[in-house]
Design a protein around this ligand. Structure first.
Ligand SMILES: C[S@@+](CC[C@H](N)C(=O)[O-])C[C@H]1O[C@@H](n2cnc3c(N)ncnc32)[C@H](O)[C@@H]1O
Length: 275
């Protein structure tokens, strides 16, 4: 398989379509984290910004609302199709389907941004070196990525509930494999970015309570589309499918109170510069 073929298949198949289904829910839930990342960019009308792994384009349009020129790049056709359906009256936001790791860039961008879209490269050093080639000298990299699962109960609760349903020979999580937790370990992230030629690398913890929903049904809609349950369901027969779903539902129900279901999420806000 070519470099990012496995991820391309996933985001053009089950996961990309599911993400489009629950896009509004995800954007609402992620808002407290997005605000911090967008403030860190502090975009100006003179900026030329690339939004890597832009998905359905929500953060691209938030950045574009400042007057900056924004280009969203994503490997998923379904998600870029959704982004292209959105109102772009000002005409300063553009999207294309592409692999950010091998995309050809011109070195005239002031900022490369991403909300959880840079953790899926087969070769992260090579991908970030290519991404750096898009930046003017001194141009900035600003991205959000997840801290390890133990710091993210909003995700790990489902993972723990599903443990009994995992195949006995399931390999342990490899922190260096492409996936949501690829940049959870700061030492490794710094090593990757400095090997890719970035300077002034900083990682600031951003920890927020996420509102997962007012009801368990809302939570389960996310879980069965893109949460840890969604991938596993494909591998289970009907009765195990029902048992796994019930296990996740019970785990979240135990966390519900009069304010709904709210759980902690821990991320890194990573910043760096091109020289
Ligand atoms: C966790 S989603 C985040 C989407 C979006 N940034 C958001 O916050 O809603 C990860 C995104 O990265 C994209 N992606 C994965 N590998 C990619 C690659 N090599 N090049 C471009 N996009 C990629 C996926 O298609 C997906 O849209």
């Amino acid at each position: 398989m070519a470099d990012n073929a496995e991820q391309a298949e996933l985001w053009n198949g089950r996961l990309g379509k599911a993400w489009v289904n629950v896009e509004d829910y995800i954007d609402g839930m992620m808002a407290p984290l997005s605000t911090v990342a967008l403030e860190a960019v502090n975009a100006k009308p003179s900026d030329r910004i690339i939004d890597i792994g832009c998905g359905c384009g929500t953060t691209s349009f938030s950045l574009g609302a400042t007057g900056a020129a924004v280009w969203g790049v994503d490997i998923s056709t379904a998600m870029i199709d959704r982004a292209n359906e959105k109102d772009n009256a000002a005409g300063n936001v553009a999207f294309s389907v592409g692999d950010a790791a091998s995309q050809q860039y011109t070195a005239d961008h002031t900022v490369v941004f991403s909300r959880f879209g840079v953790m899926f490269f087969a070769d992260s050093v090579k991908a970030f070196a290519n991404i750096r080639s898009a930046l003017v000298p001194g141009g900035r990299l600003v991205f959000l990525c997840w801290q390890p699962p133990a710091a993210n109960p909003w995700l790990s609760i489902a993972g723990a509930a599903l443990q009994p349903f995992q195949p006995a020979d399931a390999p342990p999580l490899d922190p260096e494999a492409p996936g949501p937790f690829r940049f959870g370990v700061p030492e490794d992230t710094r090593k990757v970015l400095s090997s890719a030629g970035f300077a002034n690398i900083a990682m600031q913890p951003v920890v927020k309570d996420l509102h997962l929903g007012d009801t368990i049904d809302e939570v389960m809609r996310f879980q069965s589309n893109v949460g840890p349950l969604s991938g596993l369901l494909e591998t289970l027969d009907e009765s195990r499918h029902a048992q796994a779903t019930a296990a996740v539902r019970d785990a979240f129900a135990a966390k519900a109170d009069s304010k709904g279901i709210n759980l902690e999420a821990a991320t890194w806000l990573v910043t760096a510069t091109n020289g």
